[in-house]
Design a binder for this molecule. Structure first.
Ligand SMILES: [Zn+2]
Length: 244
């Protein structure tokens, strides 16, 4: 399988090359689709892009989040989880509209440029193999891969994988979410001494990201940051104490 699907197996030179060729083929198909069916902005319907620059500008990043005692050095998001951002994530995640990875990863690149972080590798919150097979791709891996390419930092799907299938986090409270993902991830020795940027689509309680970061640090990573497209945390509570 390939990095397009987010499976961590592909870290040999040959499979990385195959992945790259597959990604280019996907882009070629997308360009052809754009020609015959020009993209329209998901919010204002203007022709030209899936999320136009005017609408993108409506959504500003919330304040960076540093939680005391968290395995994550810092969390950033490009927007609150609302409006066109929410719709675009939904399309990417549940409607098989992988093209939304492009405008959303551009938002990640812009926020990454503001962060001052200097990761040695970028990876994505992994899906369990069963979920991956059902959906066909990992939306966070699509985002991470594009971000890595645009900022020139290695994309490393080999760092982390999900060893236990968990029930969807939707509908669970903070404590239930933390329990649901506890011990669900394992990192590889490849993460040792790495400075890692972890990508996910949405920060809700941060349970998944913290659990991923814990696995990476246990495997010997030096530092882990997290960047998501959106955060459900409200501006007025970004400084509230973390959940215990
Ligand atoms: Zn628009």
């Amino acid at each position: 399988m390939t990095e397009l699907t987010g499976l961590p197996a592909g870290n040999t030179g040959g499979s990385l090359r195959a992945n790259r060729i597959r990604l280019l083929a996907h882009e070629l198909v997308n360009h052809a689709l754009d020609f015959f069916f020009p993209p329209r902005c998901i919010r204002c319907q203007r022709v030209g892009s899936l999320l136009c620059s005017g609408c993108q500008a409506l959504y500003a990043p919330p304040a960076p989040l540093i939680e005391p005692g968290s395995p994550l050095a810092e969390c950033r998001a490009t927007a609150q989880f609302e409006g066109a951002i929410r719709d675009a994530i939904h399309a990417l995640k549940y409607e098989n509209q992988r093209r939304f990875a492009e405008p959303l990863s551009e938002r990640l690149s812009a926020e990454f440029a503001r962060s001052g972080w200097q990761p040695t590798g970028i990876t994505a919150a992994p899906l369990h193999e069963a979920r991956l097979r059902a959906r066909g791709y990992n939306q966070s891996a699509l985002l991470a891969e594009r971000l890595a390419r645009s900022v020139g930092i290695p994309y490393r799907p080999d760092f982390l994988w999900k060893i236990r299938d968990t029930q969807p986090q939707v509908g669970l409270n903070g404590r239930e979410r933390a329990l649901n993902v506890k011990g669900a991830f394992r990192a590889s020795g490849n993460a040792t001494n790495q400075m890692i940027l972890l990508i996910d689509d949405v920060y809700t309680t941060g349970a998944t990201l913290r659990e991923c970061a814990t696995a990476l640090l246990e495997a010997g990573a030096n530092q882990v940051w997290a960047l998501t497209v959106a955060s459900t945390k409200q501006r007025d509570v970004v400084d509230s104490p973390p959940m215990t």
